[in-house]
Design a protein around this ligand. Structure first.
Ligand SMILES: Nc1ncnc2c1ncn2[C@@H]1O[C@H](COP(=O)(O)OP(=O)(O)O)[C@@H](O)[C@H]1O
Ligand SMILES: [Mg+2]
Length: 318
């Protein structure tokens, strides 16, 4: 108890495990993110939204140490990621990139098994625990029947579920997912998002996901981050930050925001149909000018009451 970061009246204020401080991210001479501060709330589902090319994947890759910052740092438990051995990071942080590349001719079971590498030791390459984690991950993502198939012969949607299985098999407390629902039909999209919530609720996992659908993001996020041109425009609970003004500012879209009929979370749709869009489109790349961030208070975690509303689809798993 005394060692828990949130414990003890004399202890520090709750310190989230994954944070970024004055983070600057760039590719050669193109700065994508400039001086960004970020806290990923522990034990919650954070969803990042924003127009194409605004830097979502770049940020997620930096959080998973696939990209080295040009300036500032990503901190895990207060230590700069750059100072932590790769294998140790991989036992805490799992990252599913937006376009992962599978080794040629690898089978589904072999690829999912690679998620266990961070847990293996020179004296023990494969354990019963590894076997359990792989079996569990494959069942949860509905890919068990594909186990012996080569990954490069699968459909885009099947392949996406296999990658998610690999990330799950890693069994990390922090899971970073870049557009995990791309290529999936609507039913599998909902399955994956329900699974994310399940991992969060049952196992206390902290999840950061980039999603391109704002309404889905609002349904599943405890904490929503809206990005534009490399900066955070707003962050907080979806119901506190998603407004027509925000949708306009971030996506350049005139919309009406109404409560989702099923979950009550904010849901936006185009305000008018059939008119050519004249609004400025979001999405220019490069870090934009720093402006104030609309920040909604981040109070105590949501209880189970809310999750009941979120997992509303009939037949949703678990
Ligand atoms: N490997 C790369 N080399 C050079 N530029 C890149 C690279 N990856 C992304 N970019 C650029 O960085 C900007 C942000 O990209 P990205 O983070 O992928 O955006 P998002 O995920 O929000 O669509 C874009 O302008 C993109 O073209
Ligand atoms: Mg991306």
């Amino acid at each position: 108890m005394g060692t828990s970061p949130e414990a003890g009246p004399a202890g520090p204020a709750t310190a989230n495990r994954l944070t970024a401080h004055q983070l600057t991210l760039a590719y050669e001479d193109r700065t994508v993110v400039d001086g960004l501060d970020l806290e990923i709330p522990d034990g919650e589902v954070t969803v990042i939204v924003g127009p194409n090319a605004c830097g979502k994947s770049t940020l997620l890759r930096a959080l998973g140490r696939l990209l080295r910052p040009r300036g500032g740092a990503v901190l895990l438990d207060g230590t700069d990621l750059a100072r932590i051995p790769t294998k140790k990071i991989a036992r805490s942080v799992g990252l599913l990139p937006q376009t992962p590349v599978a080794p040629e001719a690898i089978t589904v079971a072999d690829l999912v098994s690679r998620g266990r590498q961070p847990h293996q030791h020179w004296w023990q390459q494969w354990s019963a625990e590894d076997e359990r984690a792989v079996t569990d991950a494959m069942e949860r993502t509905d890919v068990t029947a594909l186990a012996d198939r080569p990954v490069d012969e699968l459909s885009g949607g099947q392949r996406q579920r296999v990658w998610i299985a690999m990330a799950l098999a890693q069994e990390t407390d922090l899971l970073l997912l870049d557009e995990p629902t791309t290529y999936l039909d609507i039913s599998h999209q909902v399955d994956v998002l329900d699974l994310v919530r399940q991992l969060n609720h049952e196992r206390g996992r902290t999840v950061v996901a980039v999603l391109h659908d704002l309404n889905q993001a609002a349904r599943y996020a405890d904490h929503l981050i809206a990005m534009k041109t490399g900066r955070i425009v707003a962050r907080g609970r979806p119901e506190d930050i998603v407004t027509a003004e925000l949708v306009h500012e971030v996506f350049g879209l005139e919309s009406a925001v109404v409560p989702d009929p099923v979950t009550g979370t904010p849901s936006s749709s185009r305000a008018r149909l059939g008119e050519p869009r004249r609004a400025e489109r979001g999405g220019a790349c490069g870090a934009g000018p720093k402006r104030g961030v609309a920040e909604a208070g981040h109070g105590p975690k949501r209880g189970a009451g809310r999750s009941g509303a979120l997992l509303s689809r009939a037949g949703a798993r678990g």
